[in-house]
Design a protein around this ligand. Structure first.
Ligand code: GAP
Length: 482
């Protein structure tokens, strides 16, 4: 049985074994902090994505969705503050002139300690580093490198510059003749989806005839050259965000901030997760754009960590874009006959972190041993609406016309939800495999089916079985998955 400490590793292995998540380009030994979603993971992720999208757009008449490009005009990131403020620490060796990311340098040394059998020393060093990183203590990081006498691999010396900040944005070039020092051609991979919403504020407001308060939602990839990149899909260099910017009249931002804190927590609880697995964490150190901010933290197997941020961004972003683009970002409020730049409340949740949260919540190792025999299972207790496969259709044998009946059930159900057909292995093995994939319902077609048109339905969580008529399968499953 996995303890909390090794549950995280068990989930990572399970994800790989059952086609949820693979290291990116694994045949070349992977790429740090980049992951691929497999056949099960991509379904799970899509279901979470759709659930968020529906709850934001379909369920709120005053929120619309967009899908902006990943590449944006480079001035966007100057205006948003990311060029100047979105940083992590680095250090140069004065003799070799080689530049290191501070975390890489320290982690490399910790690996050496481990290789020499000093596991505890390595863990202490990493935890000291993480504490200093959390406080942006650059002098402290340099002192740590000096304390451990960490040397440059090329010069072998400990002759270091001060620690300086390193921008987290990935840059690339536009155009066939571009060179990296050509500043005009430099474009960034967006580090957040939010800016695609801000630069489209007027387009959407005008063409959609939106009236404040209203929101614009977006789901898409974001990219960050992360320093701490050792936490599976918790911290990735390429990840997906689900963000919503809610534009409000200045002076009302306090009440809308509270509204969205409550609304977002309700959404989390609607995933069937108990309230004691969550907590709010108010930011003490605010991001460059924020006037007030909090995180919704979930109790992952690696501890309470941020899943979602709720930020009161004031008019920072729209005003900055007004300044840099010289285009007015005003809204005329007919109710009070005033022009103003709206204030913004942002809700920003990581899709990959939500996948990890849903997996952590669902993963269970159960001991099913009886006096007669040892038995156990791993089950993913996904909410039925998020499960990659909703229904498994299992003929008891490959003959006697049972597969034909099973195929008819498949044909009837698969236009409505994701079904899975399996006739290999014993029925017990097939149930276990479906448990491991988180499939909430299995129906077994046996010889009695031919007589009375009934099947055995087996419920994943309780493992209870009952006979129901074939005609009621569709209604039963449909009722549970919305
Ligand atoms: N637009 C605001 C913004 O981007 P953030 O707190 O930096 O705020 C929002 O990010 C959410 O995006 C986080 O709560 C987290 O769920 C997710 N996120 C951020 N960095 C991530 C990373 N490197 N890997 C996976 N998810 C990440």
């Amino acid at each position: 049985m996995a303890t909390e400490t090794n549950k995280f590793q068990a989930i990572i292995s399970h994800c790989k074994e059952y086609g949820f998540i693979f290291p990116s380009s694994e045949i070349y030994d992977g790429l740090a902090a980049v992951y691929d979603y497999g056949q099960m993971g991509s379904e799970l992720k899509k279901n979470i994505r759709d659930y968020w999208w529906k709850s934001m757009t379909q369920m709120h008449e005053n929120i619309v969705g967009i899908d902006a490009a990943i590449f944006m005009h480079p001035t966007t990131w100057k205006a948003s503050g990311h060029v100047d403020n979105f940083n992590d620490p680095m250090i140069d060796n004065k003799d070799s002139k080689k530049r290191y990311r501070v975390d890489h340098l320290i982690e490399g040394y910790a690996d050496q300690l481990k290789a020499n059998g000093d596991e505890a020393g390595a863990a202490t060093l990493i935890s000291k580093m993480e504490a200093l990183q959390a406080q942006d203590d650059l002098a402290g990081l340099k002192a740590l490198i000096e304390e451990y006498k960490i040397a440059c691999a090329i010069s072998g010396t400990v002759n270091w510059t001060d620690v300086r900040q390193f921008n987290l944005m990935f840059a690339t070039e536009f155009g066939s003749t571009a060179s990296s020092d050509d500043a005009d051609n430099k474009v960034y991979l967006r580090p957040e989806t939010a800016q695609g919403i801000f630069v489209n504020f007027l387009n959407v407001q005008k063409t959609g005839r939106m009236k404040v308060p209203f929101g614009i939602a977006q789901i898409g990839k974001a990219f960050r050259n992360e320093i701490v990149a050792r936490q599976f899909i918790f911290r990735m260099r390429e990840f997906e965000q689900m963000e919503m910017q809610f534009f409000v009249r200045p002076g009302t931002e306090g009440e809308w901030y509270e509204y969205w804190k409550e609304a977002r927590m309700k959404w989390h609880l609607s995933l069937g997760i108990s309230p004691d697995r969550y907590r709010f964490h108010d930011h003490v150190k605010l991001a460059h754009y924020a006037k007030a901010a909090c995180d919704i933290e979930y109790d992952f197997p690696i501890g309470f960590k941020e899943v979602e941020g709720i930020h009161s961004r004031g008019d920072f972003d729209l005003s900055q874009h007004q300044l840099y683009s010289k285009k007015k970002m005003n809204y005329f409020d007919t109710e009070i006959n005033q022009n103003y730049v709206p204030y913004v409340i942002e809700t920003s949740i990581g899709l990959d972190r939500t996948v990890m949260m849903v997996l952590s919540e669902a993963y269970e190792e159960q001991d099913l041993s009886t006096a007669e025999k040892q038995d156990s299972r791993v089950v993913l207790k996904f909410p039925a609406k998020l499960a990659p496969i909703k229904l498994a259709v299992l003929p008891l044998t490959k003959k006697d016309g049972l597969p034909e009946i099973a195929r008819q059930i498949m044909d009837n159900c698969k236009p409505h939800f994701r079904c899975f057909y399996e006739e290999k292995d014993t029925i017990g093995k097939r149930y276990r495999r479906m448990d491991a994939l988180g499939t909430p319902f299995c129906v077994t077609i046996d010889h009695q089916t031919k007589e009375d048109n009934t099947v055995t339905i087996r419920y994943r969580d309780s493992m209870q079985q009952e006979r129901i008529s074939i005609d009621s399968i569709l209604t039963l499953v449909n009722k549970e998955i919305f």
